[in-house]
Design a protein around this ligand. Structure first.
Ligand code: SF4
Length: 233
């Protein structure tokens, strides 16, 4: 399996896979160097770390052909696995469902905004319908388990009034993570002339309070670190 990162921190092993079926123009992960690991090497790493949690992220884990074998091995090891995805392969989420604790899915813009979705995913507009259909199915499936919906807040795409359009999609999720667009080569490549973190931390807190109407927990991450908000519903 091709990994750009295999590491352990605070009892959680993180695997970041190489390669993605989308080509988001701000993504730092799709060009990072990778190393090949066998499933046995990964399982040995997890076992030796004594970690109880494993996060499968990347770029995109669901395009790895041996992913299910790895997930089943992790289940046999007795660790809690979270699987992150862009939602393009709901059939993989369905196969993984019995073996994982939950999922992390990214929403990039309101689902009816074809032009923005094409721009943010790097795909031609005539393929956006398929992306929307697959992501919608992935969201529906993933809401049967613990689910974090991850939203990168890029002004003009998913802030202000447009944020309210994604609120119905959040209902049924366990947690929403609002991520400030950092415009930093270590996190997000500069995009659309944004070269500083956007939107402001205050605006992120306002958006968090809106999301709090429909989910129990909202987490905001950005230049000020991380803040968890328990919404009381
Ligand atoms: S879906 Fe995620 S990993 Fe894939 S290209 Fe976009 S930002 Fe990168």
């Amino acid at each position: 399996m091709r990994l750009i990162n295999l590491s352990e921190n605070n009892g959680e092993v993180r695997l970041e896979f190489f390669g993605c079926n989308l080509k988001c123009p701000y993504c730092v992960h799709i060009t990072q160097p990778f190393e090949e690991y066998s499933i046995d090497q990964i399982i040995d790493f997890v076992r030796d770390s004594d970690a109880q949690k494993v996060f499968l992220g990347g770029a995109e884990p669901t395009i790895q052909k041996d992913l299910m074998s790895l997930i089943e091995e992790l289940d046999r090891l007795g660790v809690e696995t979270l699987l992150k995805s862009d939602g393009m392969k709901p059939e993989v989420l369905e196969l993984a469902m019995p073996y994982v604790k939950g999922f992390v899915l990214e929403l990039k813009a309101p689902m009816d905004d074809t032009a923005s979705l094409a721009e943010l995913t790097g795909m031609p507009e005539d393929r956006v319908d398929k992306y929307v259909a697959n992501l919608s199915k992935s969201l529906e499936l993933a809401k049967n388990k613990w689910l974090r919906i991850w939203i990168r807040l890029i002004p003009g795409y998913v802030t202000g009034k447009r944020f309210e359009k994604v609120i119905p999609l959040l209902e049924g999720a366990s947690e929403v993570l609002l991520y400030q667009f950092l415009s930093n080569p270590d996190f997000d490549l500069p995009f659309k002339d944004y070269s500083d973190p956007v939107p402001s931390w205050n605006e992120m807190e306002e958006l968090a309070s809106i999301a709090c109407h429909v989910v129990p927990t909202v987490v905001i991450i950005g230049e000020n670190g991380k803040k968890s908000i328990h919404c009381g519903n």
